[in-house]
Write a protein that binds this ligand. Structure first.
Ligand code: ADP
Ligand code: ZN
Length: 522
């Protein structure tokens, strides 16, 4: 493990970097470069300046436009034991003064500031004194597109950041944004007067990976064996338990495939020996728990099979992503059996507190949504990272064997208006119960049997409604809170649907489709 990975684990508890993070951090730390980082929302931009801030001497100054966000970020850093603070107009003079003192005493590593703060002479002087005392480690400009009139969210106060580059020529500056056309990117570089920066544009898309989900058959070993015997090159099979790893490796060997097991219960010696044999192509297949793969760099892995359901989409993305690092085609197969849900549920119940159970459960449901989803697999994965990928990738099972596409605009309107009538405070199951006119207690307690949307969706099955709801989420046509409660919310696109300005197309599995007469192949 490199030093950066060790620090990542130590400060944040993560095992691997997300795409783009390491490149950005290295540019700041080793090359002292200015950086423009474009990364999808939720992609992990904050870490790109937080980690360098911790590893460099001095104070990092983070400019962020929203006071509420600032507070959240600072709180979550403090919870990780990282000394951070913010200065903005919400503080009393006394509070602000004591924070400034703490900074000058070198007790703080990250300072969050609102852009307009930087304009006032007092703040400038203050930063000068910090620079003289312990030094400034870097400037991070979050939501950097706000500086550009070509962007979608121009904020005049961002223009005041222009002075920073000339005032503190030695301090590296990193500008971050999720959305930037080329025009906006150039504008950011010019307005902030970045020294010829490293420009890192990160998409989470891995176009050379083919994604496939197969229902797990009763004879699942045979299913796996059949798949592997058609593959050329190396591969990894991920299983949830050590016992399963041992069993599969044993059977594969018996059936003539060069396979080795790998899990945390083996001795260090064995593990590094097996790993080396895999790297040297002595063995074709590693059967492993998720302990395998971290930090190993084998570019020519041609297939990754998930024999059991991964716990969440993030893990799936990372593990499947170990295939095809050489950018040549590779195959990622997930075997999905409903039994796996019970196994994961059991693991979740071993967690101590209720909050982490709730989060884990929500993540698992997202994973199930992926496995059962009828939309392009790539679209679903990328939407998890906040990246909008429209439509047909042509390189996943759902795109190559599309389910019939139907116009479900009217149903979507029913569904979304039901969310609105419940004041955006309930989850998928409850909404579907209302639409189907269910008589359960929760509905009566909330008076939802009196809503005009009560019972207007009896004509569709629960599964059909679920399929619609999943697709609305995957296509970004509504959103869901992510604090562990799956509360459905409307977004701008939902309103466009409700106002008849947008049509909704949904891929429908054959058996839940009740509208064969409305077939439409798009
Ligand atoms: P952004 O600012 O790009 O929208 P954030 O910095 O808020 O995204 O990160 C989104 C989420 O991803 C956070 O919960 C963060 O802790 C998590 N995250 C960031 N980097 C990693 C990583 N390397 N591994 C796992 N999770 C990560
Ligand atoms: Zn696709």
């Amino acid at each position: 493990m490199s030093n950066l990975e060790t620090a990542l684990k130590q400060y944040f508890g993560y095992e691997t970097f997300r795409p783009g993070q390491k490149e950005i951090i290295t540019a700041i730390l080793e090359d002292q470069e200015d950086v423009l980082a474009v990364m999808p929302t939720g992609g992990g931009k904050s870490l790109c300046y937080q980690l360098p801030a911790l590893l460099k001497p001095g104070l990092a100054v983070v400019v962020s436009p929203l006071i509420a966000l600032m507070q959240d970020q600072v709180e979550s850093l403090e919870n990780n034991g990282i000394p951070a603070t913010f200065l903005n107009s919400s503080l009393t003079a006394e509070e602000a003064r004591s924070r400034r003192i703490a900074i000058l005493q070198g007790k703080i590593k990250l300072l969050y500031l609102a852009p307009e703060k930087l304009a006032n002479a007092g703040a400038k002087k203050f930063l000068q004194s910090v620079q003289h005392k312990q030094g400034l480690s870097l400037f991070a400009i979050d939501e950097a597109h706000c500086i550009s009139e070509w962007g979608h969210d121009f904020r005049p106060e961002y223009r005041q950041l222009q002075a920073l580059r000339s005032q503190f020529p030695q301090v590296p500056m990193i500008a971050l944004t999720a959305t930037a056309t080329e025009r906006v990117r150039n504008d950011i570089v010019n307005q902030l007067k970045l020294k010829p920066p490293k420009i890192q544009i990160t998409s989470f898309n891995r176009p050379n990976l083919y994604y496939e989900v197969q229902p797990k058959q009763r004879q699942h070993y045979n299913q796996l064996f059949k798949f592997i015997s058609r593959q050329n090159g190396s591969g990894i099979i991920y299983c949830l338990s050590r016992r399963r790893v041992e069993e599969i490796a044993f059977r594969l060997k018996k059936d003539g495939i060069a396979a080795l097991p790998y899990h945390a219960g083996m001795s260090d010696g064995n593990r590094s020996d097996y790993q080396n044999r895999f790297l040297r192509d002595d063995v074709q297949v590693m059967v492993a728990t998720i302990a395998f793969g971290m930090g190993i760099d084998k570019p020519d892995i041609r297939f990754v099979v998930h024999y059991d359901l991964p716990r969440n989409l993030e893990n799936y993305y990372q593990e499947a992503g170990r295939a095809g690092r050489d950018n040549e085609p590779a195959h990622c197969l997930l075997l999905f059996g409903r039994k796996d849900i019970h196994t994961i549920e059991y693991l979740i119940q071993q967690k101590e507190d209720e909050k982490s159970q709730r989060l884990a459960r929500q993540q698992m449901r997202k994973m199930i949504d992926y496995a059962e989803g009828t939309d392009c697999r790539r679209t679903i994965q990328l939407s998890y990272f906040g990246e909008h990928f429209s439509g047909n990738c042509g390189n996943c099972d759902n795109c190559l064997n599309p389910k019939p596409i139907e116009d479900w605009t009217v149903e979507a309107q029913k569904f979304l208006s039901c969310i609105a009538r419940c004041r955006e405070r309930f989850g998928m199951t409850h909404i579907i119960n209302i639409l189907r006119g269910s008589k359960n207690k929760k509905i009566e307690q909330n008076g939802h049997h009196l809503l005009s949307t009560y019972g207007i969706g009896k004509d569709q099955s629960v599964d059909a409604w679920k399929n619609l709801a999943r697709s609305l989420l995957h296509q970004g046509l509504m959103t869901e809170t992510s604090d562990g409660y799956r509360v459905l919310r409307l977004n701008q696109r939902s309103w466009e649907i409700l106002r008849q300005k947008r049509t909704v197309y949904v891929a429908v599995p054959q058996k839940s489709s009740q509208k064969q007469h409305r077939y439409q192949h798009l």
